[in-house]
Design a protein around this ligand. Structure first.
Ligand code: KIV
Ligand code: ZN
Length: 498
């Protein structure tokens, strides 16, 4: 069996409080979803706004492989807007619970059924594939909902979808619920919300009952607690149920990060499959086990989803893992220095802190006396920025014994400063930014800004961080920290034989 993936990141996902995507952002995400291999992209709801229609039109003119779909209500105006955007299909949504009919639509069952039939006919007559969807299906009268579905099918709908709009199913109920729709004999979609954290489990149960398509969003974004998450569902199907999809699983981490960055909805670290901790190991026992054989504490390999394994050193850390990490960083330490490093990590752990690879490198360098001298030091930084000037930066750096002065322009003051610094350091011309992450630690405009960067040079990635009240200074300091690590690398290598 092969399950189909109907991605609604750009419609239900965009309904997440705080998310609003521009047409170009929608296009970027749609391209990635297509590359990922989803079967259907619900690109938005065409009736919503001019900008939404622009976004959908950009997507439909890309020549993507996925079926492109617009959400519509059972009204002609919505279908006309979808037609204007040239989509392949519509997700035609009809509320079916008495709660929604009485309190939201203020319409009778008969009226709603007529709307569903007329809209389906209208859309089919205009060449659209119709997936007719029951909103609040799991609180609807089953007989009435099936009557609506049957009427829609008779009018030409090709697929049906039953929405667990407020996420009240359990896996057992989901199996029973979706099983009851199988006798309609058309492809059935599950659409589950995550109000009780059961969206993926309920979707899996619905698929087991015979549904062939799941509605999902990347990172599980969506109204309230969100929708079933694409990556969790797809990997569960693959690894736990031996059910294939058309998804290129190795792209999942990359797609997740892209959607998080564009939507601004960053993930909790312990998010399954794609969270930063999904393949991170802290305790000495686990880390030791994983180093000997990854399966001891990993149900799937991080590479399967394009993620990476990480070791975080907290108070439970064992000496074995620290030795290994220090080795991997290129240090060779004697027993005395090793125990200094180990004790420092343990005492940081006792103070409630976890040591990342970047911190470990800093501790090791400190113990080895490597970083006492910085190859590059900032002496002056001047920024000119405003609404009517091109952001410009000039920097004076001390590189070894030489002072160098350079200027640069950029799209903003941080960019200008980075351009100016990069110009001064000729032997790092091919340096690449892997990541630039900014967080405001405290609230308000005087917040402490935490900047984390990752730089890539000659195939090696280094990270550096700076926390300051000024975003420009923090960014420059983090960037120089990274550069100093790269330049010190040679010295580190020299220290290998200590
Ligand atoms: O969850 C839901 O009920 C929906 C419909 C509006 C399709 O997203
Ligand atoms: Zn929904």
């Amino acid at each position: 069996m092969k399950a189909r993936i109907f991605d609604t990141t750009l419609r239900d996902g965009e309904q997440t409080p705080g998310i609003s995507l521009t047409p170009d952002e929608k296009l970027l995400i749609a391209r990635k979803l297509d590359e990922l291999g989803v079967n259907v992209i619900e690109a938005g709801s065409a009736i919503t706004s001019e900008g939404e229609r622009n976004g959908i039109k950009k997507i439909t003119s890309e020549g993507l492989s996925a079926e492109l779909c617009s959400f519509t209500r059972a009204v002609q105006l919505d279908i006309d807007a979808a037609l204007e955007c040239d989509v392949d299909s519509i997700h035609l949504v009809v509320p079916t619970s008495d709660l929604h009919l009485e309190h939201k639509l203020r319409k009778s069952r008969e009226q709603v059924k007529r709307m569903a039939v007329e809209s389906t006919q209208y859309a089919v007559d205009h060449g659209l594939l119709v997936e007719i969807s029951s909103e609040d299906a799991t609180r609807s009268d089953m007989e009435f909902m099936k009557e609506i579905f049957q009427a829609g099918i008779d009018a030409g709908a090709k697929r049906i979808c039953a929405c667990d709009t407020v996420g009240i199913l359990t896996p057992e109920r989901s199996f029973d619920f979706y099983s009851q729709l199988m006798d309609l004999n058309v492809p059935l979609s599950v659409h589950c919300h995550n109000d009780f954290g059961l969206a993926v489990a309920n979707s899996l149960a619905g698929l087991r009952a015979g549904a062939t398509q799941a509605h999902v969003t990347v990172n599980g974004i969506g109204e309230r607690a969100g929708n079933a998450s694409l990556e969790e569902l797809v990997v569960s199907l693959y690894s736990l149920y031996n059910v294939q999809t058309q998804i290129n699983i190795q792209m999942l981490y990359e797609v997740s990060k892209m959607v998080a960055r564009i939507t601004g909805m960053y993930l909790q670290p312990n998010k399954a499959i794609v969270g930063e901790n999904a393949f991170a190991h802290e305790s000495g026992i686990h880390a030791d086990g994983v180093m000997k054989k990854a399966e001891t504490y990993e149900p799937i390999m991080p590479e399967l989803v394009g993620h990476k394994r990480r070791f975080v050193m907290g108070k439970h850390v064992g000496s074995h893992i620290i030795k290994q990490r220090i080795n991997d960083m290129g240090f060779r330490v004697d027993d005395e220095r090793f125990s200094q490093i180990f004790n420092r990590i343990k005492s940081l752990g006792d103070m409630g802190k976890c040591v990342t690879d970047v911190d470990l490198q800093a501790i090791a360098e400190d113990v080895m006396g490597v970083m006492s001298e910085k190859p590059v030091e900032l002496q002056e930084l001047t920024i000119v920025s405003g609404n009517k000037v091109t952001p410009t930066a000039s920097v004076k750096l001390k590189i070894g014994d030489v002072e160098k002065l350079e200027a640069g322009v950029g799209v903003g003051p941080v960019d200008a400063a980075i351009v100016a610094i990069t110009k001064t350091i000729e032997d790092l011309a091919n340096i690449e930014f892997e990541e630039y992450h900014v967080d405001a630690i405290t609230g308000g405009t005087d917040a402490l800004i935490d900047v984390v960067i990752k730089l890539k040079h000659d195939g090696k990635v280094v990270s550096a961080r700076s926390t300051q009240p000024d975003i420009i200074n923090a960014s420059v300091e983090a960037f120089l920290g990274g550069i100093n690590k790269i330049l010190t690398d040679k010295k580190v290598n020299e220290s290998k034989n200590v």
